[in-house]
Design a protein around this ligand. Sequence first.
Ligand code: GDP
Length: 300
Amino acid sequence: MLDNLTQRLAKVVKTMRGEARLTETNTAEMLREVRLALLEADVALPAVREFIAKVKEKALGEDVISSLTPGQALVGVVQRELAALMGADLGAAASQLNFATQPPAIILMAGLQGVGKTTSVGKLAKFLRENHKKKVLTVSADVYRPAAIAQLQSVTEQVGADFFPSHSTDKPVDIALAALDFAKKHHHDVLIIDTAGRLGIDAAMMEEIAAVHTAVKPIETLFVVDAMVGQDAVNSARAFHDALPLTGIILTKLDGDSRGGAALSVRHITGVPIKFSGVSEKMDGLEAFDASRMANRILG
Ligand code: GDP
């Protein structure tokens, strides 16, 4: 079991009783513990460095209220900054999808294979139907795995949304355009496009999804990433961020036992808000992302 950060810092500050300020010396020692906690949570090093620098700047010279120890005061700064970095200031707004367009609002899903894209399409369709009363159409542009198309059909039917069938002989761009045409004719409010994911990053896959993006100009492009993957999230986030103008992130598998450091790394690289968390395999396992809760979880 990892010590929680408050306990860790309590050990460090035992030696600094009576200090009423966060100083260069006491802060530096405590920040070493914060850095370790973040690395243990699998946050990527560049994100850790940037975060520590920001906390240091905020903490130095901060008066410690008499009821707090310097350790508690620093934990406060760390928690606040971490939550802010992950979008706490955005509040519920971070989870709002943008529908300010001529219907259908198109949502393009991007991410590696196995991260939970197709499952998240189903969850999102259910969420939009139930919470926003939207008429939703889904389509799969994964022409490499017929099983992926069947899986999307199954989750779509499960949540009572409409499914546009595609065939593995079609081209992804043609599939997306045909689905868009269908959605317009049948007055769908939202079209969610699931895309192929490879096990690793692959130039052809990036070109393909970029071509779909150019063809249909989605209002939301959501990068789906698995909270369990830790450091690997960095490479895929960078590749998708370089290839596509992402508008948000869905962080899946937060019901697992990872500390979720990927959240901070991915946010650091893409700069876009984490809009939703996946918290189970079931169709109701999608929640608005809670930045403060995530901050506490990462800190252990
Ligand atoms: P895709 O290849 O990205 O489309 O991934 P899938 O949607 O097929 O999901 C891969 C596996 O992850 C499936 O077994 C899903 O049930 C599972 N999965 C997806 N999202 C979650 C989640 O939030 N929590 C858990 N525990 N499992 C999930």
